[in-house]
Write a protein that binds this ligand. Structure first.
Ligand code: CMP
Length: 140
């Protein structure tokens, strides 16, 4: 196992319901360290770039509109196998299919308003971190 970094977003449905602390407690309780974090409103252009891989999907417009509808919290998480570990504690994209105790099972409202995003692979983690953080903002 190797120490990795992954990128996380606490989405608008989470910030609107004041769930930043509750979700961070689940992240830290799983042994992941939050080594960078900022609350921000992302622009439409940032959201379209971030989710470019989904641009042909029927839900793309809805996804972008949602991500700019309220503040988000962007984060860098560090730990052993952080990418897989965060995906495990987030649970399935659709909260109806997520395992008991996962962030999405506990907090998500729907497949679209699903509270959190986490990178799916090392290359995407590096790209997503670089979109939102400069090196001196990450303190491991
Ligand atoms: P995320 O992990 O951020 O990656 C892409 C997002 O698209 C996903 O979480 C969901 O929030 C969203 N998404 C996936 N499928 C659908 C869908 N069928 N309808 C609306 N949003 C979706």
């Amino acid at each position: 196992m190797a120490v990795e970094r992954t990128f996380s977003i606490l989405k608008p449905d989470a910030t609107e319901r004041n769930l930043t602390g509750a979700i961070n407690a689940l992240i830290e309780g799983a042994g992941l360290r939050i080594i960078a974090q900022k609350r921000m409103r992302i622009t439409r252009a940032q959201a379209e770039t971030f989710y470019a891989v989904h641009s042909a999907r029927p839900f793309f417009g809805e996804l972008v509109d949602f991500m700019i509808s309220a503040p988000v919290v962007v984060q860098v998480l560090e730990g052993e196998s952080a990418i897989a570990k965060y995906r495990e504690i987030m649970g399935a994209t659709d909260p109806a299919k997520a395992a008991a105790g996962t962030i999405r099972k506990v907090h998500a409202k729907s497949i679209g308003e699903n509270s959190v995003h986490g990178s799916d692979a090392p290359d995407t983690a590096a790209r997503e971190i670089a979109q939102f953080f400069s090196g001196n903002e990450i303190v491991g």
